[in-house]
Design a protein around this ligand. Sequence first.
Ligand SMILES: Nc1nc2c(ncn2[C@@H]2O[C@H](COP(=O)(O)OP(=O)(O)OP(=O)(O)O)[C@@H](O)[C@H]2O)c(=O)[nH]1
Ligand SMILES: [Mg+2]
Length: 379
Amino acid sequence: MIVKRYTGKTAEEALILAKWELGEEAIILSSGKARDRWWKFWETGYQVLVATDYPTAKDRDGTRVAEPPPLPQAVVSSLEETAVTAYASTDALMTEDRSAELSQVLDLLKGLDRRLDRIEGIPAGRAEEVYDWLMQEEVVDNWARRLAHELAQAEDVPDDETLEATITRIVADHLAPPQPISVAEATVVVLIGPTGSGKTTTIAKLAAYFHLEQKKSVLLITTDTYRVAAVEQIKTYAEILGVPLEVAMRPQDIPAMVHKNPADVVLIDTAGHSVNHALYMAEIQTIVQYAKAREILLTLPATMGPTTMVETAHRLAGDRAVKLCITKVDEAHHGGASVSALLSLGWPLAYITDGQGVPDDIRVAFPDTIAQWIAKGVC
Ligand SMILES: Nc1nc2c(ncn2[C@@H]2O[C@H](COP(=O)(O)OP(=O)(O)OP(=O)(O)O)[C@@H](O)[C@H]2O)c(=O)[nH]1
Ligand SMILES: [Mg+2]
């Protein structure tokens, strides 16, 4: 006995198809609405389950033994129509742009995930207060979470410690002591950093400090011959401070300039370019090599986002050891981005600068100062 299932848009259509293939003798075992199949979503309609004892129009190895009668025209048209609808629906599914809806759903899910994490993942009490505070200060979530967990696990938290003191303590614990530029022996420092991050202004501040306060001899060299007025800018500072300035058209000129103007501290300015600028990245490398730099100071503005800060730092530093100088602290609404980047990088921080004023607006960056930026909202 042969039992087969036939589907059609109507019960009659299914039956005609069954009888066409199995012959008039076929018996209907059951009929009803066809079940949807997800991969043939258009296949709704009716189905009949039909059985026959007689040989079908095809023999067992598939060759036709008798030509079946032609399908009625109504069934042919209906089948064609179904096929057209199916193709059209598939086409629509393939071409329809659902990315906007998808990204909305993803955002929703991410938000939900964060909220669930928050409910389940952050220990209650002081740790939760700390987490909320850090998030408000725009510390990145994974650091806020980590610090909150560390606090919850710590056994020696004083009961009467204020929230501000707790935050200052746990953030400062993760920061290394500052490493300002040492001028104990003659040193060459190259300043690098993204465009407008404060390299030239920071050089002026440092030159003033070393020359006027520490009474050291200072030589300024600029390699920034790209930007209009870049030389004028540093020349003005050199004249006010009374220190020599050399303009290096090529990195190869630097050794002779250093040799000609022996100084306790040589501060070398570089041009700001995008880190995506391959030539600039190569030029920094050459400047550092020709200058025989003892120190590289990387200026990063506090107004940058934490991810960009970390990526920019990695790209500019390459595999060289650099010290960081966080600039424009006065312009950042929150300290969270800088603190998150500092915690992630784990590189030594030398200075922070908090204003355009030369020479005053520069400070050695002690962990407590940075931590209070988060705890109090001011640096
Ligand atoms: N608010 C604020 N402004 C700063 C600070 N440091 C530098 N600036 C200002 O930022 C602008 C750019 O400073 P520059 O020192 O010219 O920056 P740069 O990195 O040398 O710039 P390029 O050479 O063009 O890449 C100037 O207007 C500075 O006065 C700071 O700490 N706070
Ligand atoms: Mg500059």
